[in-house]
Design a protein around this ligand. Structure first.
Ligand code: ADP
Ligand code: MG
Length: 257
């Protein structure tokens, strides 16, 4: 049975998309079948896999959500081992928030369409937008767990109570089983004292939910998407590639693999 993990934090620029792509591709490299869903209207995940060719995609996540096209037809296989992508190739995804604002059962849209394909994959990751609106609620409703990414910076923990409140709200309304998969510290700079302090603060707050693996700030991770590659394929010996492979092993171990 496929496990669905929403990668979330309502702040932008904290490593959600980078984690979705690279953790996903690392799990694929380790033999797991993986689907990555771009659920951010900005479509950065899609650009990171498809570059400018994303403009020629006719059918994307929005067509699947509105059930105009079957979800199976919107999923694209990539050239990377065991990795498929469900693209957000147009900004129509943003329109879903208002289009469905007063429709009953709107939080179930994503969950409904994932039923059909859930068992085709070992892991399904949802790259959430930087907000706590309807799209994130749909993602949390569809997910088994939420993975929270935090940038290693002074304000890392700020705004987290809003995220945790939203998770609680979804548990009460539509998904009582929703768990926290883990908390990942990204963009860590070992040269600064601040980094060490942030790790301490995050561990005090989330205890054993924090991954041992910490993702360093690594230029390869920022460059790889412009070459339409996950870091493992762009520079497998970089610190970023090694860290995401370690994280993949940690995620597998936590899931009984
Ligand atoms: N560990 C890292 N080292 C260096 N740059 C990173 C790292 N993680 C992410 N980035 C870069 O930081 C920016 C924001 O990351 P991104 O994953 O897009 O965040 P989010 O999806 O949360 O908005 C991107 O330009 C990305 O390439
Ligand atoms: Mg993103």
């Amino acid at each position: 049975m496929g496990k669905i993990i929403a990668v979330a934090n309502q702040k932008g620029g904290v490593g959600k998309t980078t984690t979705t792509s690279n953790l996903g591709a690392s799990l694929g490299k380790l033999g797991k079948k993986v689907l990555l869903i771009d659920f951010d209207p900005q479509g950065n995940l899609t650009t990171g896999f498809l570059g400018s060719t994303k403009t020629i995609i006719k059918q994307d996540i929005t067509d699947a959500l509105t059930k105009e096209v079957s979800i199976k037809k919107t999923i694209l296989k990539t050239k990377f081992d065991n990795v498929s992508v469900l693209p957000a190739a147009s900004n129509r995804l943003a329109g879903i928030e208002t289009q469905y604002a007063s429709v009953n059962g709107r939080e179930l849209l994503l969950k409904d369409i994932l039923k059909e394909i859930k068992d085709c994959y070992d892991f399904i990751f949802i790259d959430c937008p930087p907000s706590l609106g309807l799209l994130s609620i749909q993602a949390f409703t569809a997910a088994d767990t939420v993975m929270i990414t935090l940038q290693s910076e002074f304000y890392a923990l700020e705004g987290l109570s809003q995220l945790l409140n939203t998770i609680d709200q979804v548990r009460r309304r539509s998904n009582p089983q929703l768990g926290i998969e883990g908390v990942l510290i990204t963009m860590y700079d070992a040269r600064t004292l601040l980094g060490a302090q942030v790790i301490g603060d995050v561990r005090n707050y989330f205890y054993n939910k924090v991954y041992d693996t910490i993702i360093p700030r690594n230029i390869g991770l920022a460059e790889a998407p412009s070459h339409q590659m996950p870091i493992y394929y762009y520079d497998s010996r970089s610190k970023g590639a090694i860290a995401y492979l370690e994280l993949a092993k940690e995620v597998l171990a936590a899931n009984g693999n």
